[in-house]
Design a protein around this ligand. Structure first.
Ligand code: HEC
Ligand code: HEC
Length: 300
């Protein structure tokens, strides 16, 4: 089980769901971001040996003054092989293949961990196996830590019919600019890439993402979100309410993936029941538009 997580052996898209939402590495790998030697993030006083922070056990903590003391489930430490900070970053705002959890209600995060553990919510490659090896106490401490953080704007949403040509890299499962250059039609997709591949690779929480979305998505998304009364449950300005998560400023790719998963039934924890009838009515283009609009809103 743990070996599979290391090898990322089980990266499959649930039947019939659009593969662009799942960051499955392409077969052809034209290049990789080279991260070697001692590395540093701009504005950080810290330095790390690239190989030490490359795995999932020892995430770098570039800006320790920006967050409270973090539990070992997040930072790594004895017995922790999958430190939350490595994929979710110390800020909680996360790489695109994961999910921004900064400032989300602790109870909501704890519940998601329980769903991954029971299999009610499926991510066989990552969170399923991780939740199974994380103790309830570690999950609780990690959830309380991430809940205490204040999210900042972490994604720029740009409407375009012709985004740059990209591919999904094996390293970190990040979408990257294709070395051939040029553009390609966006089609019915969200194309999300790191603002700066090197800084994303070294897990710098100050370096976010760019989401290219089809023209018209923002206005259409806004209309759907207003008509859908999302704020009734997700709070004023969609910043979260009680145990219901924030939607504002989440990365469009992540929101789209989660909406597809809810609609498909691969995210089916009990708590998600109120969402079921809502997503049942959404088309693929609705999901793209809604996710784009939500990503364009200020998170805090
Ligand atoms: C190796 C990378 C990795 C590590 C380490 C990791 N996660 Fe995740 N996490 C992911 C991915 C990928 C997803 C998206 C899964 C999906 O699509 O359902 C995710 C999603 C989540 C979600 C769902 C959030 C939401 O709003 O839907 C929670 C909660 C979560 N992770 C908590 C944690 C906690 C707590 C830890 C540490 C104990 C942790 N994760 C460690 C990769 C990781
Ligand atoms: C009746 C209440 C209700 C309404 C209305 C509602 N939601 Fe939700 N939504 C929830 C609850 C509750 C959850 C958390 C589910 C859980 O705990 O697993 C949720 C979760 C989500 C998530 C997953 C977030 C994450 O971090 O993984 C997304 C995305 C979402 N809702 C989008 C929407 C959108 C878009 C609308 C409007 C079209 C909407 N919701 C309307 C109750 C609602």
């Amino acid at each position: 089980m743990v070996r599979d997580v290391n090898a990322q052996a089980e990266l499959t898209v649930p039947a019939g769901l659009p593969d662009w939402a799942f960051n499955i590495p392409d077969k052809a790998q034209p290049w990789g971001v080279k991260v070697e030697g001692v590395v540093q993030a701009p504005g950080s006083s810290k330095k790390y040996e690239a190989t030490k922070i490359a795995g999932n056990a020892n995430p770098p903590d570039w800006y320790p003054d920006e967050h409270p003391a973090a539990p070992k489930a997040v930072t790594g430490g004895e017995g922790i092989r999958f430190a939350c900070g490595s994929c979710h970053l110390m800020s909680g705002q996360s790489h695109s293949e994961a999910m921004d959890i900064a400032g989300q209600p602790a109870a909501y995060l704890i519940r998601q961990m329980a769903y991954y553990k029971s299999g009610a919510r499926k991510d066989d490659a990552r969170m399923g196996p991780i939740a199974k090896v994380t103790s309830d106490e570690d999950a609780k401490q990690a959830a309380e830590y991430f809940a205490s953080l204040k999210p900042r704007a972490f994604v720029k949403v740009i409407e375009t019919a012709t985004p740059p040509k990209t591919f999904i890299a094996t390293a970190g499962r990040h979408r990257q600019l294709h070395p051939d250059g040029g553009t390609e039609p966006i089609g019915h997709r969200i194309i999300q890439i790191p603002e700066d591949p090197f800084r994303t690779e070294i897990r710098d929480p100050h370096s976010g993402f760019i989401a290219y979305v089809p023209p018209g998505s923002l206005a259409k998304g806004e209309a759907l979100v207003k008509a859908g009364s999302c704020a009734a449950c997700h709070g004023e300005s969609l910043k979260g309410k009680g145990e219901v998560p924030r939607l504002a400023g989440l990365q469009p790719l992540q929101v789209a993936r989660q909406l597809f998963d809810i609609r498909h039934g691969s995210s089916a924890g009990e708590g998600v029941a109120p969402m079921k009838p809502i997503v049942a009515k959404m088309t693929e283009d609705d999901i793209i538009a809604i996710s784009s609009y939500l990503g364009s809103l200020p998170p805090a």
